[in-house]
Design a protein around this ligand. Structure first.
Ligand code: NAD
Length: 449
């Protein structure tokens, strides 16, 4: 990963005035890590109201099963030893092994990971994937580290987690700041903790690996592909032709960048983009291939050229047909929601809209395809990767793509039908379906002893 001049914790504000800076500070103060965790609880309670799920299931669901914190030393390139804090939160494994990403980012916190781990439980339960929910990460800025340092942090973190992860117990995947290479280092480190005879059976300990090391075809683009399937279904249902439409995408990493690429195949052009290094507008539409190459080389979209740099505020108020937040949580609060000029928000990121932001969007008639559904393509293909590893199989791209599309259309149909029947927001519908699945498992199994 290329080094970057700025910390990602501060949303980039090119040419920000002192007013804009103090507004950003006030916003950051309001949107604490706790607020994200509370938002997930709020969504759960709203879903509880439209289902007959017993109170004790809601109460179990509001708690995480295990919260693991590991502090570990790593030798940096200059010879100094630095301590790092690593986390793994395991929310629920009633429907299957814990499953969820590993985030390497300076803002990683236990509260955020608790919220994200719970969301993984709901996502898998909604999409009928036999996994539970987990999330983890390391508080660090991978963009400021060399590849060798990143590898040592990854390996030492994996070693510190020890048997708290495993192919039948807890299966990490990539998330913000991690990628297929990081997953391969995790797999290799974990493999080396078992006897030689069992080594190859451990490949399934992580998903999102490189193809060569046991990854699945189609995994890298899966989240973005799943998101676009949702958009295509929505467009069919609303009789909106996609050709000639425009999109704004916040976050131009794995999910945002691939979403822009896939959208071009449908004739949708991305006219506004943003990431931790800045925001930019091009009414003619960005060339996603060229912008991705630039991001790869420079670590962000800043200084791309062929566009006009804009402020964060201007980005959110750019008129577009579709808005895709694909960066971090809590990006669309009341102010952003009031200024947005779009018809639909597709949540590629987890939790990008605050409850207050959602209320404003819905009151303005702006539709939301919620994260549990919209970004579930990643965990769906992760599940396919896990199955392939377990069976020593290698599926074709066509097979993965076809199964993913079927799964996404099925999920979309379920959520839209539930929302229609119960006259509730799509987010509530998604949580409610997931909650009902979990409650059925608890009803069948009972509470031990
Ligand atoms: P990534 O690390 O590849 O990209 C993250 C992007 O967010 C980068 O472009 C980065 O510059 C931008 N960003 C970071 N901080 C920002 C800030 N303060 N303001 C504006 N932009 C900022 O990560 P990714 O895998 O693309 O994940 C993006 C989102 O999608 C996350 O919320 C993640 O949880 C979610 N998600 C990812 C997957 C997956 O398969 N990768 C699956 C489901 C959900």
């Amino acid at each position: 990963m290329a080094s970057t001049p700025k910390s990602e914790t501060a949303a980039a504000e090119p040419m920000a005035s002192s007013d804009a800076q103090s507004a950003a500070k006030a916003r950051a103060k309001r949107l604490t890590h706790k607020a994200f965790l509370e938002a997930v609880s709020l969504h759960l309670r709203a879903a509880g109201k439209v289902t007959n799920v017993p109170e004790h299931v809601l109460s179990i669901a509001e708690h995480t099963k295990n919260e693991i914190i590991v502090n570990f030393p790593v030798r940096m390139d200059d010879g100094t030893i630095r301590m790092f804090a690593g986390f793994r939160v395991q929310h629920n494994n009633v429907l299957g092994p814990f499953k969820g990403g590993m985030r390497f980012h300076p803002s990683v916190s236990l509260d955020d990971l608790k919220a994200l781990a719970a969301m993984m439980t709901w996502k898998c339960a909604l999409m009928d994937i036999p996994f539970g929910g987990g999330k983890g990460g390391v508080q660090c800025d991978p963009r400021s580290m060399s590849q060798a340092e990143l590898m040592r942090v990854t390996r030492r973190f994996t070693h510190a987690l020890g048997s708290n992860i495993g192919p039948d117990y807890d299966i990490p995947a990539p998330d913000v700041g991690t990628n297929a290479q990081v997953m391969v280092w995790m797999m290799d480190t974990y493999m080396n903790t078992v006897g030689h005879v069992q080594k190859n059976a451990q490949r399934a300990v992580v998903t999102g690996k490189t193809l060569n090391s046991g990854g699945s075809k189609g995994r890298e683009k899966a989240t973005a592909a799943g998101l676009v399937h949702c958009l295509v279904e929505w467009a069919k249902a609303n009789e909106v032709p996609l050709e000639g439409k425009t999109a704004a995408i916040q976050g131009f990493g794995n999910v945002g960048g691939n979403a822009a690429l896939i959208l071009t195949k449908y004739g949708v052009s991305t006219v506004a983009v943003g990431d931790h290094t800045g925001y930019a507008h091009n009414p003619e539409g960005f060339n996603p291939h060229m912008l991705l190459d630039h991001v790869k080389e420079h670590g962000g979209i800043a200084d791309y050229g062929r566009s006009t740099p804009i402020s964060r505020e201007a980005f959110f108020s750019t008129p577009v047909d579709f808005f895709i937040p694909a960066a971090l949580e809590n990006q669309i609060d009341e102010d952003e929601a009031r200024s947005m000029k779009t018809r639909i928000v597709l949540e590629a990121a987890n939790g990008p809209i605050t409850p207050a932001g959602e209320a404003v969007l819905l009151s303005r008639g702006i539709e939301i395809i919620p994260d549990l559904l919209a970004n579930s393509g990643g965990v769906i293909v992760s599940y396919y990767e896990w199955v392939q590893n377990k069976r020593n199989e290698s599926w074709s791209s066509e097979k993965v793509a076809e199964k993913l599309e079927q799964a996404m259309v099925h999920g979309y149909t379920k959520v839209s039908a539930f929302a229609r029947q119960h006259q509730c927001p799509w987010r509530t519908a998604a949580y409610a379906i997931a909650l009902e699945n979990l409650a059925t498992a608890y009803a069948e199994r009972g509470i031990f002893p």
